[in-house]
Design a protein around this ligand. Sequence first.
Ligand code: NAD
Length: 295
Amino acid sequence: MKKIGFIGLGIMGKPMSKNLLRAGYPLLIYDIVPAALDEIARAGAEKATSPKDVAAKTDVIITMLPNSPHVKEVVLGKNGIIEAAQPGSIIIDMSSIAPLVSREIAAKLAEKKIRMLDAPVSGGEPKAIDGTLSIMVGGSKADFDEFFPLLKLMGASVVLCGEIGAGNVTKLANQIVVAANIAAVSEALVLATKAGVNPDLVHQAIRGGLAGSTVMDAKAPMMMDRNFKPGFRINLHIKDLNNVLETARGIDVPTPLTDEVMAMMQSLKDEGMGDADHSALVRYYEKIAGIELQR
Ligand code: NAD
């Protein structure tokens, strides 16, 4: 099987790379954190010394990095992929970054005939472990078709959303819906509690109707159990909403709901809760209502 490069071995990259190893792909890995490299090397991967080193030894490279500046640095920076990648090779960037940056990086790579797909994911660590992520892809149909089987090893659904950048536009849409949904669930359960109705019974009663959602089923129990272990950190959601706001301002799209939820998340970050799961948004409502959820 063809050797795959994998750069970025964090909460998501670790289980995703392990799934590729399990499927029999030889992996060449790189991360700036030695302990992360060691963990995946123990699972059978070969270590590289830089993104350039990865690109010198393989022509299919997956990146799973925090945000736009990290992807730019790894692809275009000093000792970056672009310094060694051959024409015809491909970078599949699975990080959630600004769509305009995906397009900018792809344009630079195209000058050297290096291909790119943007393929951010939704589903979090549990689905990364199970290989059941939702993967939203931007790029050419031919590249998508060629690498669909590889992506399918990490995702239950893999959908081509349009040209390069379309994957990250779709991810921004996803993050708007998730943020607003968590805020609505928080607002509803805090209201119910203060009005004297058990929030667990409210959840049970409404989850099968129109108000029910994957977000409600995942996050309402965490809110009631006071379990704010991430999951998906408030800091990362702020990063994604920043990308929403920047993108929206660039094309004159109003985003009143995102503006509100962003302010709530910022205030929680200011109080030192940036590393809590985004279900901790309920704390914002609890504080202003002077009540705490209990089952
Ligand atoms: P993470 O911070 O746990 O992992 C990022 C990894 O990238 C780290 O191991 C870090 O050392 C490495 N890294 C940073 N800069 C680097 C560089 N210059 N060279 C090499 N490695 C470098 O983040 P994560 O939770 O794995 O998320 C990765 C991406 O996936 C983010 O864009 C995030 O928004 C997105 N995402 C995360 C989740 C989630 O639930 N955690 C869900 C969906 C999407």
